[in-house]
Design a protein around this ligand. Sequence first.
Ligand code: FAD
Length: 392
Amino acid sequence: MSKNQNILIIGAGLCGSLLALRMAQRGFQVTLVEKRPDLRKIIQDAGRSINLALSDRGLRGLRIAGVEEAAKKLCIPMNGRMIHDKAGNTFLSPYSGRKNEYINSVSRPGLNMLLLDEAEKMPNVKIIFNHACENVDLENASAVFKEFNSDKEITISADVIFGTDGAGSAVRKNMYENHKFLFSFSQQWLGHGYKELEIPAAENNGYRTYKNALHIWPRGEDMLIALPNLDGSFTVTLFLPYENNDYCFANLTTPEMVHEYFNKEYPDVVEMIPNLSEEFFNNPIGPLGTVKCSPWNSFGKVLLLGDAAHAIVPFYGQGMNASFEDVVVFDEILEKYASEENINWNTILKEYESKRINDTDAIADLAVDNFHEMKEHTAMEIFQNKRKLETA
Ligand code: FAD
């Protein structure tokens, strides 16, 4: 396969930076362009999905790029779900009966920085920050980028373009506008939003609740979850309806209301978050939605991967994992054609989509189902089973 090909990757998040690294390892000339500043040089925004559950599916992607061991150093194993009831009772439900099976809590910026560092070490990778993709000429594989805080524009041409620019993808928007009724697109919002909070570390970087679990406080229509961080803190995510509920984002408008809600639903958490109402009002509310679209490929020149192709709600903890798996599947297809002298991108991009789309549709639907399962049933069933065991 001729490696003298220019690859343009738009979006240096988790998927784009892993893809850039892997394509560079395969010998391609890679340009990776990111809208935001280099996250290694700035202070992170508060309240934006700080840690994630990384499973074996995602680790496979890191493994093929040779960064699995380095990534594991950023991880905390979580052996099961720890359910918290309103009275403060807890119950650990292991993920597996087998020993040594767990998922990992990993820092999103930590993992992203690792992938950027590794990509940047490659002589055939160029990374450009602070440039947002404005427009893509799909037929000719070139894209226009606008520099942050300036009117300056640059155009970058390539042999093939990958749109890894996340759930609100500008690349996908270009496909939608260009292909009109030949491009199917759906976006379904959940009616719930999320807000991140922090349980700070206890003294000497100790943990204020059990370290090696994914914590869940299921309450019917709303729910809290918390994942551990290496510094002893937990990132807490509140999932709450936007409106039309006794407790919803629209109604929680004062510190008193926030405290009343938390005291009623999550009294054990109130003790662990000293700056509850400040954090509640400082941190943004994020939307939760599912994006499906097809085709992912345009003119055999542009391909969507990661959330740009298939954004899902986070209740299976599989969005990043599926995005890393995209890179694995794409890499397998490249390998299949590696001995051919000329690259037929059209064939490769189409084959990738047909191999991948059923799986990503399936995880999208499972993730919505698991939202209802987690918030409504998890606690009830687990506590009922526990009671049965205790009275047997
Ligand atoms: P992103 O991470 O969104 O990266 C896209 C990148 O493109 C960003 O850097 C962005 O700045 C850049 N960009 C955007 N527009 C442009 C443009 N016009 N030009 C140039 N660059 C652009 N997944 C899991 O596997 N496990 C979890 O536990 C988990 N928890 C989650 C919790 C929450 C609350 C949420 C919201 C998501 C969660 N996810 C989880 C999903 C996960 O965050 C995403 O699936 C993952 O980030 C997708 O990676 P990506 O690289 O495709 O997109």
